[in-house]
Design a binder for this molecule. Structure first.
Ligand SMILES: [Zn+2]
Length: 451
């Protein structure tokens, strides 16, 4: 019955829903199922072809790129090899922030607004068109199928908390029920909530757990501590993403839930860059994403050398991401994977750490809980949150044009709403926030837990 339902959803309900939303996810995934086995040269030929199309579309329809390409004398016809991509200057968050409207294609329809800032401490608002939604969903779908999990299989998602439910969220709740996806709000982790999460997972018997490694391993430890058996629920895989996955977390999750752990790397801004296969390789979604690794001066590094990850997302004609600097550090691998897929591999993804913070009443909360109230405020170029004690949080912000004069009060109210009204929130305007050792902002520091 359960397997039948999955088939019904994967082959019938989901495809119809995607069609209604102007997405062609199903067709994209089917193509990707084939191209993943192609030899590397054929995948690179596809990349070059799609890069030319993207550049050509951008020069005709995207005001920012029309002007940039004219200035540097670049045309789609002059892109002869993938190395020619290096003629295009890097794209950074400040550039997008300062030109937001000019990044929209004049042909774009059905754009959705997104924001991010979780992984770097530099908030960003940007747009995603339906072409890109299809490709991003297809990339994730393909990867879960590597682990025997299809759309429609019961799934538990441990993710940010939907505090204010809009009508769109209610639509999503309906959709989630249909798809048998259940959301556990990762931001609030009191003992009572953790008990409830363990119970929900036992009842749902999901095929897959999906979410932050820090939160999933916290639930695992809690289950073990309270003597709840989780290893016989039939969970096929725990897919973790958004943060660095530590070895001890991988061990705990896999031991306690009795399933392998798969790592996924990427975000809403850069796209779903790489997913791990059962043979252990972190396969880049190479049909859609070109990854370059650069040094601190912007020079492209050879395979095997650690540097900043720069991505070009080839399905972004509505709002192009070309040579986008992610701020993450990784290594392009020279190896190929035992699974036989031609998709190239990433190694050693570093520099995505998240800490927990504690609310005044002792509830353990995901670090993103204090990032969310800040990242959607316009006029903040960078920020850093330090929880000095249970009673005191210090926020540094780098203001820029358009920064609200009430920004201090807005941030303080947002953080108090999450951590407790008695918490003293100090907001300081600074000119610059120095990078941490890893070359990144360590945006949440907690002296209470996890530091
Ligand atoms: Zn593989």
């Amino acid at each position: 019955m359960s397997a039948l339902y999955t088939k019904l959803v994967a082959n019938f309900i989901f495809p119809i829903q995607e069609r209604l939303k102007h997405h062609d996810t199903v067709a994209v995934r089917k193509k990707m199922d084939e191209s993943q086995w192609w030899p590397r040269e054929r995948i690179e030929a596809l990349q070059l072809d799609r890069l030319r199309n993207l550049v050509s579309h951008a020069e005709q329809h995207v005001p920012y790129y029309r002007e940039l390409f004219e200035k540097i004398g670049l045309t789609a016809a002059s892109i002869q090899s993938l190395a020619d991509l290096q003629r295009i200057p890097f794209l950074t968050k400040p550039i997008i922030r300062n030109n937001l409207e000019r990044f929209k294609s004049d042909e774009a329809q059905h754009l959705s607004r997104f924001n991010t800032g979780g992984s770097s401490g530099e908030p960003l608002i940007f747009f995603i068109g339906s072409e890109r939604v299809s490709h991003d969903v297809a990339a994730k779908w393909r990867a879960t199928r590597w682990w025997g999990v299809d759309i429609g299989d019961p799934e538990i998602v441990v993710w940010g908390s939907p505090i204010e439910l809009t009508s769109q969220d209610r639509m999503r709740q309906f959709r989630d029920r249909l798809m048998r996806t259940q959301l556990l709000p990762a931001f609030e982790m009191s003992e009572a909530k953790l008990d409830g999460f363990v119970e929900t997972i036992q009842r749902a018997r999901p095929a897959m757990l999906f979410g932050y490694p820090s939160s999933i391993s916290l639930i695992a430890r809690h289950a073990e501590k309270s003597g709840q058996r989780m290893s016989d629920l039939g969970i096929k895989v725990a897919f973790v993403t958004s943060e660095r996955l530590y070895d001890h977390q991988r061990d705990e999750i896999s031991r306690i839930f009795g399933c392998p752990v798969a790592n996924g790397y990427g975000g809403r801004d850069a796209g779903f860059i790489a997913h791990q296969c059962p043979n252990g390789g972190m396969h880049i979604t190479a049909e859609d994403i070109i990854v370059e690794i650069i040094d601190k001066d912007g020079k492209v590094l050879p395979k095997g050398t650690a540097g900043e990850v720069v991505v070009t997302h080839l399905a972004t004609s509505d709002f192009p991401f070309i040579r986008y600097r992610t701020g993450d550090v990784a290594v392009l691998s020279e190896k190929s994977c035992a699974c036989g897929r031609g998709l190239p591999l990433l190694d050693e993804i570093q520099g995505r750490t998240t800490d927990f913070v504690l609310a005044a009443d002792g509830t353990i909360m995901h670090g993103l809980a204090v990032v969310y109230p800040i990242r959607d405020i316009p006029g903040i170029a960078a920020f850093k949150v330090v929880q000095e004690t249970l009673a005191r949080v210090v926020v540094q912000i780098v203001p820029e044009d358009g920064c609200d004069s009430q920004v201090e009060a807005i941030i303080a109210a947002g953080i108090k709403a999450r951590l407790g009204q008695t918490v003293d929130v100090q907001v300081r305007r600074v000119d610059h926030i120095p990078l941490e050792k890893s070359g990144k902002f360590r945006y949440v520091q907690s002296l209470v837990v996890g530091s």
